[in-house]
Design a binder for this molecule. Structure first.
Ligand code: HEC
Ligand code: HEC
Ligand code: HEC
Ligand code: HEC
Ligand code: HEC
Ligand code: HEC
Ligand code: HEC
Ligand code: HEC
Ligand code: HEC
Length: 417
C-alpha cells in the first residue's frame, strides 16, 4: 500500500469519527430525551459511556428479551449526562451479596418466566446450597449467580459457548474448586484436578460422551452440596443402574450403610473414578476385610472364576481364527463369542453382590458357550480332515486302478506277438 493511500484512509477514518462525535454532541446539546440518531438498543444511552459492557451485554439473550442495563443497575438510560444517568434508583456496582436476589427479581417470578418455560427454583435452591448458606453468613468467596453465568455475557445453557454448557461446567466450577490457594486455605479437596484424572472426564472431553457426569450431575445444579452418604448409590446409580441393582441385592449395601461406609465411593472414589481393571476384584476386599478372612477370600475367588472363563473365551477365539484361515463359515461363532463376552461383563457387574455364586452363574455360562464353540469347531476340523483323507484314498485308488489298467493294456499286444 502506498503512503498516500494510507494517509487518505487515516483521514477518512478521522473524519468519520469526528462526524460521529458531532452527532452525539448534537443530540445531547439539544437535550433530546429520546435520541433518534443512535439505534435504540437494550443498553440505551448507558452504552455510550460503557461500550465494553454494552458489547458483552448485547451478546446475551437478555438483551433481546426486554432486559436493560437499568433492570439490574437502575439509573436512567435515556440521557448522556452521567449524573442524571447514575441518578434515579441507581445501584452502581452490584455487591456480590446482592447478586442472587437481584437475578431472582425476574428468575423467581413465575409470571415473568412462564413464556420461556424456564424453571423458577434457582434462587430457592441456591439459598439452601452450601454456597447460599455461606453467602448469607457473609462469606464472599462462595459462588454467586454471576460467577457461574457471567454478569453481562450470560448465554443460554444450550449454547456451547456458555459457561454452563456441559463440557464447560468443570472449568467454571474449577475456577474456585481448582484454585490451589483457595482449596488449601479452606481445607477442601482439589475436586477439579481430581476430576480431570477420572474416567468420566476422559469420556466427556476426549471421547465427547455427553452422558458422562460433570460436577452438577452429582451435586445438583443450584443446590450444590455433597451427596449424603445414604444418597451416593442413588447418584451413581442414576447412570450405573445395573451395578446399583446388584449392589443392593447383596449384603454389602445394608452392612456398609450400618457402618457408615459410603457405598460406591468407598471403593471407586468420588472425583477420580478410574476405568475398570478386573484384577482389582482380587485386591479390593483386603482394603476393609482382614487378609485370609472368609470375606476377604471372596474377591480372589470371584476373580479366579472370571479369569478361567476369560481364558476359555480367548481359546475359543484362537480356534475361530484358525477356522477363518481355512476358510470356513464362522459368522455364527463370532456372534456366539460376543455372547460369551457379554456374560463375562455381566459377571463383573454382578460382583457387586459380593456373592460368588451369583458371579459363578455368569462365568459358567460364559465358559460353556466358549467351550461349545471350541468343541464344535474341533469336530468340524476333524470332519474336514476325514474328508480330506477320504479324498486322498479315493484318488489313490483311482490312480492305482488306472495304472493297473494301462499296464494290462500295454501287455496284451506283446502277448499276441
Ligand atoms: C456520560 C457517561 C455515562 C453514562 C451515560 C453512564 N455512565 Fe455509568 N459510569 C460512567 C463513569 C465515568 C463511571 C466511573 C467509571 C469508573 O469509576 O471506573 C461509571 C460507573 C458506572 C458503574 C460502576 C459504579 C461503581 O460503583 O463502580 C456502573 C454499574 C454504571 N456506571 C452503570 C451505568 C448504567 C446502568 C448507565 C445507564 C443507566 C450508565 N452507567 C450511564 C459514565 C457513564
Ligand atoms: C442481568 C443483570 C445485568 C445487566 C442487564 C447489566 N449488568 Fe452491569 N453488572 C451486573 C453485575 C451482577 C455486575 C457485577 C459484576 C461482578 O461482580 O462480576 C455488573 C457490573 C457492572 C459494571 C462494573 C463493572 C466492573 O468491571 O467493575 C458496570 C460499569 C456495568 N455493570 C454496566 C452495565 C451496563 C452499561 C449495562 C448495559 C449495557 C449493564 N451493566 C447491564 C449485572 C448486570
Ligand atoms: C455454582 C454455579 C451456579 C450458580 C451459583 C448459579 N447457577 Fe444457574 N446454572 C448453573 C449451571 C451449571 C446450569 C446449567 C444446568 C444444566 O446443565 O441443566 C444453570 C442453569 C441456570 C438457568 C437455566 C434454567 C435451568 O434451571 O435449567 C437459569 C435461569 C439459571 N441457572 C439462573 C441462575 C440464577 C438466577 C442464579 C442465582 C440465584 C444461578 N443460576 C446460580 C450454575 C450455576
Ligand atoms: C429483568 C429480568 C431479568 C433479570 C434481572 C435477570 N434475568 Fe436472566 N433472563 C431473563 C429472561 C426474560 C430470560 C429469557 C431469555 C430467553 O430465554 O431468551 C433470561 C434468561 C437467562 C438465562 C438463560 C436460560 C436458558 O438457558 O435459556 C440465564 C442463564 C439467566 N437468565 C441468568 C441470569 C442471571 C445470572 C441474572 C443475574 C445476574 C439474571 N439472569 C437476571 C430475565 C432476567
Ligand atoms: C467463586 C468460587 C466458586 C465457584 C465458581 C464454585 N464454588 Fe463451590 N464453593 C466455593 C466455596 C468457597 C465453597 C465453601 C467451601 C467450604 O465449605 O468452606 C464452596 C462449596 C461447595 C460445595 C460444598 C462443599 C462442602 O464441603 O460442603 C460444593 C458441593 C460445591 N461448592 C460445588 C460447586 C460446583 C458443582 C460448582 C460449579 C457448578 C461450584 N461449586 C462453583 C466456591 C466456588
Ligand atoms: C461422579 C460424581 C461426582 C462428580 C462428577 C463430582 N463430584 Fe464432587 N463429590 C461427589 C461425592 C459423592 C462427594 C462426597 C464425598 C464424601 O462424602 O466423602 C463429593 C464432594 C465434593 C466436595 C466437598 C468435598 C470437600 O473436598 O470438602 C466438593 C467441593 C465437590 N465435590 C466439588 C466438585 C466439583 C467442583 C466437581 C467438578 C469438577 C465435582 N465435585 C464432581 C461426587 C462427584
Ligand atoms: C451422569 C451419568 C453418570 C454418573 C452420575 C456416574 N457415572 Fe460413572 N460413568 C458414566 C459413563 C457414561 C461412563 C463411561 C461409559 C461406561 O463405561 O459406562 C462411566 C464410567 C464409569 C466407570 C468405569 C467403567 C468402565 O467400564 O471402565 C466407573 C468405575 C464409574 N463410572 C463409576 C461411577 C461412580 C462410582 C459414580 C458415582 C460416584 C458414577 N460413576 C457416576 C456415567 C455416569
Ligand atoms: C466393595 C467395593 C465396591 C463397591 C462398594 C462398589 N464397587 Fe464398583 N467395582 C468394584 C470392583 C472391585 C470392580 C471391578 C474392578 C474394577 O473395575 O476396578 C468394580 C467395577 C465397577 C464398574 C465397572 C465394571 C462393570 O461392568 O460393572 C462400575 C461402573 C462400577 N463398579 C460402579 C459402581 C457403583 C455405581 C457402585 C455403587 C452402587 C459401586 N460400583 C460399588 C468394587 C466396588
Ligand atoms: C470400603 C470397605 C469395604 C470393602 C472394600 C469391602 N467391604 Fe465387605 N464389608 C464392609 C463392611 C463395613 C461390612 C460390614 C462388616 C460387619 O458387619 O462387620 C462388610 C460386610 C461384607 C459382607 C457381609 C458379611 C455378613 O455378615 O453378611 C460380605 C459378604 C463382604 N463384606 C464381602 C466383601 C467382598 C467380597 C469384598 C471385595 C470385593 C468386600 N467385602 C470389600 C466394608 C467393605
Amino acid at each position: 500500500m502506498s503512503a498516500r493511500a494510507g494517509l487518505a484512509r487515516s483521514f477518512a477514518l478521522a473524519a468519520t469519527l469526528a462526524l460521529g462525535l458531532l452527532a452525539v454532541r448534537g443530540a445531547s446539546a439539544a437535550g433530546d430525551p429520546a435520541p433518534a440518531r443512535v439505534a435504540p438498543t437494550a443498553s440505551g444511552r448507558c452504552g455510550v459511556c460503557h461500550p465494553a459492557d454494552r458489547v458483552a451485554f448485547e451478546s446475551s439473550p437478555h438483551a433481546r428479551e426486554d432486559v436493560h442495563c437499568t433492570s439490574c443497575h437502575g439509573g436512567d438510560d435515556t440521557t448522556d449526562d452521567e449524573k442524571q444517568a447514575h441518578g434515579k434508583g441507581f445501584t452502581g456496582r452490584i455487591d456480590r451479596a446482592s447478586v442472587p436476589k437481584m437475578c431472582a427479581s425476574c428468575h423467581a417470578d413465575e409470571k415473568r418466566m412462564r413464556p420461556y418455560e424456564l424453571p423458577v427454583d434457582q434462587y430457592e435452591l441456591y439459598q439452601k446450597s452450601r454456597h447460599g448458606q455461606l453467602l448469607a453468613k457473609g462469606d464472599r468467596q462462595v459462588a454467586v449467580c454471576s460467577d457461574c453465568h457471567g454478569a453481562h455475557d450470560i448465554l443460554a445453557v444450550s449454547d456451547p459457548m456458555s459457561r454452563v454448557y456441559t463440557t464447560n461446567v468443570p472449568r467454571t466450577c474449577g475456577r474456585c474448586h481448582g484454585d490451589t490457594t483457595l482449596v488449601r486455605q479452606r481445607h477442601m479437596h482439589n475436586a477439579y484436578a481430581e476430576y480431570l484424572t477420572s474416567v468420566h472426564a476422559h469420556q466427556l472431553f476426549d471421547l465427547g460422551n455427553l452422558r458422562a457426569p460433570t460436577c452438577v450431575s452429582c451435586h445438583g445444579v443450584h443446590g450444590a452440596a455433597p451427596p449424603e452418604v445414604a444418597d451416593v448409590t442413588k447418584v451413581c446409580g442414576r447412570c450405573h443402574t445395573t451395578e446399583r441393582r446388584y449392589f443392593i441385592a447383596g449384603p454389602h449395601a445394608a452392612r456398609m450403610a450400618a457402618n457408615d461406609v459410603p457405598a460406591c465411593i468407598a471403593c471407586h472414589g468420588n472425583h477420580a473414578v478410574q476405568a475398570s481393571v478386573p484384577d482389582r476384584l482380587g485386591s479390593n476386599c483386603v482394603n476393609c476385610h482382614e487378609k485370609g478372612d472368609a470375606l476377604e477370600r471372596i474377591g480372589p475367588k470371584m476373580l479366579a472364576d472370571y479369569r478361567s472363563a476369560l481364558a476359555e473365551i480367548d481359546r475359543a477365539e484362537k480356534v475361530i481364527a484358525r477356522a477363518d484361515a481355512v476358510p470356513m463359515q464362522t459368522e455364527d461363532y463370532h456372534a456366539r463369542v460376543e455372547e460369551a463376552r457379554t456374560y463375562l461383563r455381566e459377571a463383573m457387574t454382578a460382583a457387586h453382590t459380593v456373592q460368588p455364586e451369583v458371579v459363578a452363574g455368569f462365568t459358567m455360562r460364559a465358559r460353556s458357550v466358549a467351550v461349545e464353540i471350541q468343541d464344535e469347531l474341533h469336530l468340524k476340523f476333524a470332519n474336514a480332515r476325514m474328508s480330506k483323507l477320504a479324498l486322498i484314498v479315493f484318488w489313490f485308488y483311482v490312480l492305482v486302478t488306472v495304472g493297473i489298467l494301462r499296464r494290462y493294456r500295454n501287455r496284451r499286444p506283446r502277448e499276441r506277438k
